[in-house]
Design a binder for this molecule. Structure first.
Ligand SMILES: [Zn+2]
Length: 230
């Protein structure tokens, strides 16, 4: 009855057609990260930021979960033990692929957050700057996204999961940088087997015991088939 904890990053959504902020064309290329992904940028120009996330929300609605998302949902459904998926992604491709035990550590595009009272509610497809909070009525709605300089959600709970992990897998996220680097260290302390899934092999000094190189749609599907002995 082993516990499998999985961290996913931009690489798993990229195969569905979601742009990452390292992409050199499209949505992100038209903006600086400090303008659209920091609380200071939002305070400076809320309209720009709200419109940026409206565009990302629309883009996410147009794409579909890929084989890697579906494989992780299958693993959760059929593994005789617990499967926890932690994602850095703000799209809903894991949910739409069928994953239920899921943490959005960086928030999600389908959420709105009140910066006056911290109330959260489902975001409309098109948010407007100054939308009123349904709880306190302040015109203080913002996308429920964890921006640079803000604290990721539920870190205590995530580290509790990692401290009980038998297997820790990182998919489509650089294993050598935050948060994967901290997560793999905690999982190793717990005695977990650690696996990194990436398009290319990471630099030296990598803490993962096993590396599977290639597109996540293939490598993750193969891994899940191995685990489920299908
Ligand atoms: Zn409020």
């Amino acid at each position: 009855m082993s516990k499998i904890v999985i961290l996913t990053g931009a690489g798993i959504s990229a195969e569905s057609g979601i742009e990452t902020f390292r992409a050199d064309d499209g949505l992100w290329a038209q903006h600086r990260v400090e303008d659209v992904a920091t609380p200071e940028g939002f305070m400076r120009d809320p309209e720009l930021v709200v419109n940026f996330y409206n565009a990302r929300r629309a883009q996410a609605a147009e794409v579909e979960p890929n084989a890697a998302h579906l494989a992780l949902a299958l693993l959760e459904a059929e593994h005789h033990g617990e499967v926890v998926v932690i994602t850095q992604n703000v799209d809903d491709l894991h949910e739409r692929g069928g994953t239920q035990n899921l943490y959005h550590m960086h928030g999600h595009l389908k959420g709105a957050l009140c910066y006056a009272c911290d109330h959260r509610w489902p975001a409309p497809m098109v948010m407007a700057p100054g939308d009123a909070c349904p709880s306190c009525t302040a015109p203080a709605a913002r996308p429920d996204i964890v921006w640079f300089g803000e604290m990721p959600y539920e870190m205590d709970t995530l580290f509790d999961h990692l401290s009980q992990a038998d297997v820790f897998a990182a998919i489509g996220t650089s294993g050598n940088v935050y948060p994967a680097a901290g997560f793999v260290a905690e999982a190793r302390r717990a005695g977990a087997h650690t696996i990194e899934f990436n398009l290319e092999k990471s630099a030296v000094g990598n803490q993962f015991a096993e590396h599977r190189i290639g597109p996540a749609s293939q490598t993750v599907s193969n891994w899940v088939n191995d685990l489920l002995q299908r």
